[in-house]
Design a protein around this ligand. Structure first.
Ligand code: TRP
Ligand code: ZN
Length: 464
């Protein structure tokens, strides 16, 4: 970074001497090393927007060795003399921009690339990074494990909120979504399963290569790669929507009945949330109990063991809220978890269990017995990165939605759930966007107090 800072004034002088506008992009400055996320300041990078990731990977589980070539297609959002990618660990080999070798250097998770020529604002460019090594497991601020996780017979890559930089270089912030093509080669007998649709599978000698395609924009934290001797099932849901499930043989018995309900859950969710946003679905069930959480990886959620129906509903609801409508920053996490938790309540209500009102009341009356931290901070303003997966984000987030439902009525609330998913389909949204959306959809309803007390207020709100 220091080098490029030194270059800038010199180039400006050149332009001034030439007496013309700086053509040919000779006036670029470095892109930022982060996008100022309030919880993960180094996540993502400024100055460009990735439209496509092409990843070619090979993994040998026994040697725990990953080789990769990442080809990113991106658009410069300003004139750039250099830009950063996020990459953790691994060794970088060759880097090219526009087919030409580029200089690079690394500092922590920042890989700074300096193209031979500056990039113009608005220019589409292609950067390739060759890399290899032993991918790392990342420990989150809250102590949970993500990144590259070794399993007994393979590996599992999980990326919320920061683990994807452990297996490919990129703009690792939810605000930059892109299409993906992933080609993965593993030892014969193992399978490599990712998001989207399987476009090809070829075995040559002792290795098998799988090609996966994700056309709809995906945040990098939702990318996954699961390598293991899975049992595969390929069926269809409504209108021929492909359902691809990969299950660890040890989890097969416990998973069969619940995974068979994916089409039923989707049918219900489409009624509640609107059209399913992706072109395939499914699940990955690994034997990874020590991971301890499921993740809503796009189109194909990951479960660390056979899920129950509630967890399946939660992760499938995230396909609308989180995956299609993705938080603008990690501060907006409750837009994921509050909605997915509320989906559990709705499922329960629609299937002869507790009503959402009863779920709400039980939480209000004695929620702190189950969730000690329930009133410790408001969902719209998590204390810090270690608290993003806390009960105020999940359970109190769902309570915010229930308060909205009480204020606007069931019908308008249903329209808000579907309308919000439609308005930001395949995009990003933030909390202020949500409150403004509700106000627009329910004119004249008094919702200010909900934001003040339930979304942003400290402590336990008074019973109304
Ligand atoms: N998003 C996951 C779920 O609720 C849980 C999770 C995994 C998570 N990693 C996280 C939540 C990091 C917050 C932060 O299904
Ligand atoms: Zn969730």
């Amino acid at each position: 970074m220091a080098r490029s800072v030194r270059l800038v004034p010199v180039l400006l002088v050149c332009c001034a001497l030439a007496g013309t506008a700086c053509g040919g992009g000779v006036h670029g400055t470095p892109g930022g090393s982060g996008v100022r996320d309030p919880y993960f300041p180094k996540a993502g990078n400024g100055g460009y927007d990735v439209t496509h990731y092409g990843l070619r990977l090979g993994y040998a589980p026994d040697a725990h060795h990953l080789t990769g070539t990442a080809t990113l297609t991106a658009r410069a959002t300003k004139a750039l003399s250099a830009f950063n990618l996020d990459l953790l660990g691994l060794e970088v080999g060759k880097v090219t921009v526009g087919g030409e070798t580029a200089r690079w250097n690394r500092a922590g998770q920042e890989l700074t690339v300096r193209p031979r020529e500056d990039l113009d604002e608005g220019e589409t460019f292609r950067v390739t990074v060759g890399y290899s090594g032993a991918p790392e497991t990342v420990t989150d601020p809250d102590g949970s494990k993500e990144g590259w996780l070794r399993t007994t017979d393979g590996a599992l890559a999980l990326g919320e909120p920061a683990g994807s930089m452990a297996w490919f270089p990129g703009n690792h912030h939810p605000s930059d979504k892109a299409a993906y093509d992933l080609t993965v080669t593993v030892p014969r007998g193992l399978r490599a399963v990712s998001n989207g649709e399987l476009r090809g599978e070829t075995t040559a000698r002792d290795r098998t290569t799988f090609r996966w395609h994700t056309a709809e924009p995906m945040a990098s934290y939702l990318a996954t790669l699961a390598i293991g001797p899975y049992d595969i099932s390929r069926t269809t849901a409504r209108d021929g929507l492909p359902v691809y499930t990969a299950v660890d043989p040890a989890e097969k018995k416990g998973s069969r009945a619940v995974l068979a309900r994916i089409p039923e859950v989707l049918r219900w969710a489409e009624r509640r949330f609107g059209p399913y946003p992706f072109s395939s679905t499914g699940a990955i069930v690994d034997r990874a109990a020590d991971i301890g959480y499921a993740l809503e990886t796009q189109s194909r959620p990951v479960f660390p063991g056979a899920p129950d129906i509630t967890l399946l509903v939660h992760e499938l609801a995230h396909q609308w809220y989180g995956d299609s409508v993705t938080p603008e920053s990690w501060r907006d996490m409750w837009l994921n978890e509050g909605f997915a938790t509320y989906a559990e309540w709705l499922w329960e209500e629609d299937h002869g269990g507790e009503t959402a009102q009863e779920s709400f009341d039980a939480l209000y009356d004695h929620g702190e017995q189950t969730y000690e931290d329930l009133w410790s901070f408001p969902p719209g303003k998590p204390t810090d990165a270690a608290h993003l997966s806390g009960a105020p984000v999940y359970q109190r987030g769902a309570m915010v939605l229930h308060k909205v439902r009480q204020a606007v009525g069931d019908e308008a609330f249903g329209d808000i759930l579907r309308g919000w998913a439609a308005a930001h389909r395949h995009g990003n949204a933030d909390t202020a966007g949500f409150t403004a959306y509700v106000e627009k959809q329910a004119p004249g309803k008094d919702v200010d107090g909900i934001w003040e007390d339930w979304l942003y207020g400290e402590g336990k709100p008074e019973r109304p």
